[in-house]
Design a protein around this ligand. Structure first.
Ligand SMILES: Cc1ncc(COP(=O)(O)O)c(C=O)c1O
Length: 345
């Protein structure tokens, strides 16, 4: 299917305009040389950390679809429950500000003594922030806050109940893949393989693009969590998204390549390989990843490059999905001193 036709299907899904597209695609010759000498592939980095609101990241792309659905209910307040250091929370507040909506966050965790990272940005962006000790309590607080807003004459929308998250993420990254393919073509490059941090939602989009364009590239995603059976999750999201787009297409678990071996100890805890990858990107290319998501995905790509999986004729693309504000809560990783702030993601 050609790109215009795919875009016509995407245009059937209501959206609001939040960010400047395309985001940059930059080449990373120093990184390629550091990892593979002169025999390595061409490496590109897709800078989706530079989506243009609230310090950027992948969630702003799916918020264009999710918040269109939200706006259809004509709310004046968005209430959302997320993790203490959530990238998604920061981007949601930025997006809601752009749309003139008030945001109330209910974050899981205790209020830290020192406010840093994404949480600091939540405050700077003007969110009303509440803290919930656990998921169960968080849900009760979302409902209680919605009732309170309603009692005060407001129109609340609980974003956790918005059904679009999975499909919006997949459609957003289907579109991003088309964007990347065009940028690479302009550079005279045909991609061999994309690497991205995903536990299924974004990956579903890249795989849809692979199937719909019929182009011969691989999609290697790396999960930051062991929480999901990613192949079945990604395939289910891809199929639901194809249906929402009005496309006759089936994705199966066998179509999903997702590496679960780079999580390290667990979600939210930096791994040695991930930390090394963050340093490499920073010192070779001046690109700041994060230790929770993109560093672990980059660790997967770095390991595969060192194994010699790609040669001179190959083109490898790393999709930077954002998350760098988390670095401000991990000062000890980079400076070697005791942590100052709570940083559970
Ligand atoms: C920086 C970053 N990268 C990657 C992801 C994973 O995205 P998904 O699993 O939705 O594809 C997230 C989402 O939590 C993120 O914040």
């Amino acid at each position: 299917m050609n790109f215009d036709l795919i875009r016509e299907h995407i245009a059937r899904i209501p959206r609001v305009d939040l960010i400047v597209k395309p985001t940059p695609m930059t080449s990373a010759p120093n990184l390629a040389r550091a990892l593979c000498g002169d025999e390595g592939p061409q490496i590109f980095i897709k800078r989706d950390d530079l989506t243009s609101l609230a310090l950027g990241g992948n969630k702003l792309r799916n918020l264009e679809f999710r918040l269109a659905r939200t706006m259809a209910e004509n709310p004046d307040t968005v209430i959302v429950g997320l993790d203490l250091q959530s990238n998604s929370a920061r981007q949601t507040v930025g997006a809601c500000n752009k749309l003139g909506l008030r945001t109330i966050l209910v974050l899981e965790g205790a209020k830290p003594n020192v406010i840093q990272g994404n949480l600091l940005m939540d405050y700077l962006l003007g969110a009303e922030v509440h803290f919930a000790p656990n998921r169960h309590e968080q849900r009760s607080m979302l409902d209680a806050l919605a009732a309170q807003v309603r009692a005060e004459g407001g129109r609340p929308h609980i974003l956790n109940d918005n059904p679009m998250f999975d499909i919006a993420s997949a459609v957003a990254y289907l579109e991003t893949t088309l964007e990347m393919l065009e940028q690479l073509e302009a550079e005279g490059a045909e991609p061999t393989c994309f690497y991205m941090s995903s536990s299924g939602k974004g990956q579903a989009g890249l795989v849809l693009a692979q199937k719909l364009t019929g182009l011969d590239f691989a999609v290697h995603c790396v999960t930051a969590t062991n929480e999901f059976d990613v192949p079945s999750r990604a395939a289910a999201i891809a199929n639901a998204s194809a249906e929402a787009l009005g496309l006759d297409l089936r994705v199966s678990e066998a179509d999903i390549v997702n590496f679960g071996g780079f999580v390290g100890e667990r979600y939210g805890v930096p791994s040695d390989a991930g930390t090394e990858a963050v340093r490499l990107f920073a010192r070779q290319e001046g690109v700041i990843l994060d230790p929770v998501y993109t560093g672990k995905a980059a660790a997967g790509m770095v390991a595969h490059l060192r194994e010699g999986r790609f040669g001179k004729e190959d083109v490898v693309v790393f999709v930077h999905t954002g998350g760098s504000p988390a670095n401000f809560t991990w000062g000890d990783l980079w400076v070697g001193e005791a942590p100052l702030v709570a940083r559970a993601i």
